[in-house]
Design a protein around this ligand. Structure first.
Ligand code: ADP
Ligand code: MG
Length: 587
């Protein structure tokens, strides 16, 4: 399974980076570059970004832990002291209920004494009262006149019907200030069930929550199960108001959650539930404040990451541009070399074929020639031969035709033979003038203007005189054939660069179509139906290559053609000219 997957991935990868070998078009290089960019970005930017993301979360987690932990400790501390406060008071009331009888407590003097001790020892007690099981307060000490009050319909009283001890929620009651009640039900043999209840001032209780460990932006308070505030909150309402937030899920351990408050402010809420009463302690800190440092760092990191990605992108973009351009250039070179090889191969094979045919034809031809010569001698020797006048021109025309055949086969053989190059010191301007002399008659006859622009300080080069003559002659012949009578042909020569000299032959003749231009160096390609051989330029091409040079053509249909030949200043075998003399530096 895994293997198959890997194989699939590999083939996708190969497709993606494959060097596109076929169809040469600009699109192909654009696609190659695009693929390279995507791939390089993928392997550089992806790890960078994922590392950034991982770092981000790790850092955030540590940071949160650092903030969350102190909040948890704070909540645990407060919860402990809060619970202790209640437990102390509960056990004080419980103790009194157990230690004293109903008769003792009905006596207000005794009750007053006990109350004063409780007030000094524990603090927070506002009053103390004894109620019958029916809810009537029969004895009371405290700042109000509450003796004879009926509590049967109060919530804490009803709670006591099912329980022995109860701590009430904070409420206003008869006293019109927030307080809560601790009540103990006691059952004695003589008086049945009776209730001792004490009221606790919330101020002491509030101080427990608010004091210590809070900065100006933070808040701490206690709410009951219904979300009613038991102590005042700095931001979310006074005591006995409803907290404008939902109660978090039950947790007796200090827990921190992230949420937004009713005003949409992001907060961190630390809380813990009490076992009894079922109140919840909450500590709230604004999240942005807590994480401000982190946000600053985050934006810096993000900027750094973006900068990095941008730099990578630019580098990748430039690099692929350069790379693809180089690939394109070397592709072009390769194609060119390939074409040249094609020509050379074609030339060689056709050359061999032609040589074979020429050789075969040569023998019968020379026999025909000999025999015709013999016939001519016989005719010459015998003036009395009948119809002598008729035979003589026939024999002459046979001899002429044979001679013509001999020239053609000779040419073919020459084309095929690997004629050895004979390197001499050559003055190109000299050769150009010689070749022009050959064609002078035709130029005059057809009124063709010859223009010469020969460089005066052209250096002599080591090359082959006969073969260069043939090159120039072939090109010039074509030029003459291309121009109309009265046309113009110009020849220039110049010192091209450190290593080469240049010769150009320009005509204002018919020019060539793109189609023709693509084939002109192929053997037997001709547009001169019936009278062209199509060999001239292929021979020329072969020679120029053999001499270590190159040839270029520019042509415009209807307006003319320019052939440019570049020849090396060093011979093909490394010959150099020093002080007008040939020196071979090769082997
Ligand atoms: P040929 O001259 O026998 O046709 P070449 O090999 O010399 O064979 O030339 C091949 C073809 O190249 C010609 O048939 C002609 O179409 C074209 N050509 C060569 N030189 C020129 C030129 N100067 N102007 C126009 N066409 C040319
Ligand atoms: Mg020709």
């Amino acid at each position: 399974m895994f293997k198959i997957k890997l194989k699939g991935l590999r083939s996708i990868y190969r497709d993606f980076v494959r060097f596109p070998d076929y169809e040469e078009s600009p699109l192909r290089y654009r696609r190659l570059r695009r693929n390279m960019i995507i791939l390089m970005l993928l392997v550089t930017v992806l790890p960078l970004i994922s590392m950034g993301i991982i770092n981000h979360y790790q850092y955030l987690n540590t940071l949160k832990k650092e903030i969350i932990h102190p909040m948890q400790v704070l909540v645990a501390d407060k919860k402990r002291s809060f619970e202790l406060f209640l437990a102390e008071r509960l056990s004080a009331v419980s103790f009194v209920a157990s230690a004293y009888s109903f008769e003792d407590l009905v006596d207000e003097n005794t009750l007053n004494r006990i109350f004063r001790v409780m007030k000094t020892e524990f603090g927070g007690f506002v009053d103390l009262g004894l109620c019958t099981n029916e809810g009537l307060q029969v004895s009371y000490v405290g700042p109000y006149d509450l003796k004879g009050k009926q509590y049967a319909d109060q919530e804490w009283f009803q709670e006591l019907q099912v329980r022995d001890a109860h701590i009430s929620d904070v409420f206003m009651g008869y006293r019109k200030f927030p307080h809560f009640v601790i009540a103990i039900k006691h059952i004695s043999e003589t008086h049945g069930a009776w209730i001792l209840r004490a009221t606790i001032d919330t101020e002491k209780f509030n101080n427990l929550v608010i004091s210590s460990g809070l900065d100006a932006e933070s808040d701490a308070f206690v709410v009951n199960q219904e979300g009613v505030l038991q102590t005042p909150s700095k931001f979310y309402g006074d005591v006995l108001e409803k907290l404008p937030m939902s109660i978090p899920p039950i947790s007796f351990e200090p827990t921190v959650i992230e949420r937004s408050d009713p005003k949409g402010k992001e907060i961190l809420l630390a809380y813990a539930h009490f076992t009894s009463p079922h109140h919840i302690l909450m500590v709230i800190k604004p999240r942005t404040d807590v994480l401000k440092a982190w946000y600053a760092l985050k934006s810096e990191l993000l900027l750094l990451l973006l900068g990095g990605v941008l730099v990578i992108f630019l580098v990748v973009y430039r690099l692929t541009g350069v790379l693809v351009k180089q690939i394109e250039a070397s592709d072009q070179k390769r194609t060119q070399v390939f074409h040249e090889m094609e020509y050379t191969n074609k030339l060689a094979s056709i050359g061999r074929l032609a040589a074979g045919v020429a050789h075969e034809v040569n023998n019968p031809m020379s026999i025909i020639g000999q025999k015709a010569g013999l016939m001519k001698d016989l005719i010459d020797l015998d003036p009395s031969l009948p119809q002598r006048e008729k035979f003589l021109p026939i024999v002459n025309s046979i001899i002429q035709s044979v001679e013509r055949c001999r020239v053609i086969t000779h040419r073919l053989l020459g084309f095929a033979r690997r004629m050895d190059v004979q390197i001499l010191v050559i003055d190109i301007n000299e050769i150009i003038k010689e070749v022009i002399a050959f064609l002078e008659k035709e130029a005059i006859h057809r009124n063709i203007k010859m223009e010469l622009k020969l460089s005066e300080n052209l250096p002599p080069i080591p090359s082959d005189q006969g073969q260069l003559q043939q090159v120039l002659l072939n090109i010039l012949n074509n030029a003459y054939e291309a121009v109309d009578d009265g046309g113009q042909v110009s020849i220039s020569s110049w010192d091209h660069d450190q290593d080469t000299i240049g010769i150009s032959i320009q005509d204002n003749g018919s020019g060539m179509s793109q189609e023709t231009l693509a084939h002109i160096f192929e053997p037997f390609y001709t547009t001169k139906k019936g009278w062209g051989t199509g060999l001239g330029l292929s021979i020329t091409y072969g020679i120029v290559k053999k001499l270590g040079g190159s040839i270029e053509v520019q042509s415009q249909k209807g307006s003319g053609t320019t052939f440019t030949v570049y020849l090396p200043k060093k011979g093909v075998h490394g010959e150099e000219i020093k002080n007008g003399k040939l020196e071979s530096t090769f082997g």
